[in-house]
Ligand binder design. Sequence first.
Ligand SMILES: [Zn+2]
Length: 302
Amino acid sequence: MDKNIKGFKIKYAGNIYAGNINKFNYLIKYDDTSLVYNLYFNILGKEDIKELNKKLKNIDKEITIIYKNNVLSVVGSLQEIKELPDTINPILESTTEYLKSNGYKEICKHCKQVKKVYLTDNDGEINYFCDDCYKEFIKIAEYKKNNSKNAKEHLLKGVLGAIVGTIPGILLWFLLSYLKLEPGIAGIFITMGAALGFKHFAKVMKISGLVISILIGLLGVIIAHELNCSIYIYNLYKEDFLINIWDAYKSIPYYLSRDSEFKTSFTNGLSVGLILSVIGIFSSYSLYRQSIYSYQIKRIGE
Ligand SMILES: [Zn+2]
């Protein structure tokens, strides 16, 4: 179907059609949820487009034609995508013939100068840009990238932030256990909290920050589990042996070696917590990714 569009050259990012007709480059952006298409030209010429308007309304009276900020856009709708070539071809021909006979000149979308333009992906902005602007985009992107690489990660603050960040999850662990629900679910929030806390205080999360916040998160899960077991032992024996929480905590190795039932429930509880905490670790990774500036600037179809 794409090849049936006059002057069609390339389809990009799923719904952008680019081509050239009567020496004018065009872009068609099609939205498949609203079935609306937008046809664009970057041109310089007289602002009055009444004549073009009349011409195009004869083809399809439902379309809208706007010429603003050196962009001529024609907006219309389809019943289904396969109608696109038949609908757009007469519009493409009429418009470009009009532009040609009225002396309109094609310009670069960025600097608005009459120059040779190339279809370019400027970090998600797909349009026609000249070579000078293309080089400028790359330069700015490189500058931003270097700047983000040199941004300072406040490691110590980040560590404190990660520790503080585990607290809500640890409290949730106790609460879930008290309610006789699976406490391991809180493992997700402990590792997530460690990452959020680190990022918040360190400002930037580099690979060191990623590793540290994951380790603190996992340690948080172990601490939550051990404290929870201490509370369990304490509640069980506080009346008979007058022990405190610390005594209960110290006795965990004793029960692990003597009581096989305790050992099983201890290991299972910890395993569930650690397995679920992997979900929280994904959030650390996404925060790390956000900290790194990356860009994609390239000429399309070269
Ligand atoms: Zn330019």
